[in-house]
Design a protein around this ligand. Structure first.
Ligand SMILES: NC(=O)c1ccc[n+]([C@@H]2O[C@H](COP(=O)([O-])OP(=O)(O)OC[C@H]3O[C@@H](n4cnc5c(N)ncnc54)[C@H](O)[C@@H]3O)[C@@H](O)[C@H]2O)c1
Length: 270
């Protein structure tokens, strides 16, 4: 018996990185998966986003566990499009129990170099997209009599992470969304928690993001102390965050709501 046996989970940003890890981990423990990703680039980003081939690979890995998987190619910034795509997939799978709002982007630059487009892209994706994810997913969980929502924030949603003003604002926003939705959805037995990773090895860190980070540190080194982990590890693996998501999704966490769970090697406390 898996830890989320016969549940149905929606995972956003599921084509690669942590989203794929969440989808595969949940499938390994018995869940069917709705894997949503926009599979399209965003012009302001310093790294490429996922492709349709990436999303298809996630589907393949889920199906390898003999679970049902539906790919939804959709931008979380588009509420109506997201609702149409998710509702159709939920109808096909017979309901929804778990929502993992993981899709997100990160732009790194000194505060004075951030453009309005960078601000808008980050807030629309990370904060408004997370709100859309709950607005689309929660009604299905309420109909089911309960469920679990996990939103991906960051260490940057709990403490300073420099050179990313829009990202930090968006991730503190996700922390607030978690508290706000947890309070109102509790009466329907829907739990809402957030996870807060420190640096994780994913394709987000490929391309130019790390170069931009190094340039920002060189120009203004003092705030970079905030990136230090307490444990002697620089980067985590996506599966470590997936283990936390699985726990929060499962009935093992049935009395846990409004928790901001760090998976951060102690970074938030340092
Ligand atoms: N990698 C890290 O160090 C780190 C640390 C803390 C938090 N996070 C957060 O974890 C989450 C996952 O990050 P990751 O490192 O796996 O990144 P990633 O870039 O590897 O994966 C993100 C996925 O989200 C998708 N996506 C982006 N915008 C989308 C949109 N508008 N609609 C639908 N899909 C969209 C991308 O195509 C991609 O597949 C993000 O919310 C990120 O902010 C990452």
């Amino acid at each position: 018996m898996g830890r989320v046996e016969n549940k149905v989970a929606l995972v956003t940003g599921a084509a690669r990185g942590m989203g794929r890890a969440h989808a595969v981990r949940l499938a390994a423990e018995g869940a069917d998966i709705i894997a949503l990703d926009q599979c399209a680039p965003v012009a302001t980003l310093q790294y490429p986003l996922a492709s349709r081939a990436d999303l298809d690979e996630t589907i393949r890995q889920v199906e390898a566990f003999d679970r049902r998987a539906i790919a939804v190619e959709q931008d979380i910034r588009d509420l109506d499009g997201m609702r149409t795509g998710v509702d159709a997939a939920v109808a096909e799978l017979g309901g929804l129990d778990i929502v993992v709002g993981n899709a997100g982007i990160c732009i790194c630059a000194p505060w004075a170099d951030m453009t309005p487009a960078m601000w808008t892209d980050t807030i629309d994706t990370n904060l408004t997209g997370a709100w859309h994810t709950v607005m689309v997913g929660a009604p299905h969980l309420v109909r089911r009599g309960g469920g679990s929502i996990i939103l991906t924030s960051s260490v940057a949603g709990l403490k300073v992470q420099p050179y990313m003003v829009p990202y930090m604002a968006s991730k503190f926003g996700v922390t607030g969304l978690t508290k706000a939705f947890a309070a109102e959805l509790a009466k329907d037995n829907v739990r809402v928690n957030s996870v807060h990773p420190t640096g994780v090895t994913t394709p987000m860190g490929e391309g130019g993001l790390m170069d931009a980070m190094q340039a920002a540190i060189a120009a203004n080194p003092r705030p970079a102390v905030a990136f230090t982990n307490m444990l002697p590890v620089d980067m985590l693996e996506a599966e470590e965050v997936a283990n936390a998501v699985l726990f929060l999704a499962s009935d093992e966490a049935k009395s846990i709501t409004s928790l901001h769970m760090t998976v951060d090697a102690g970074a938030t406390s340092l």
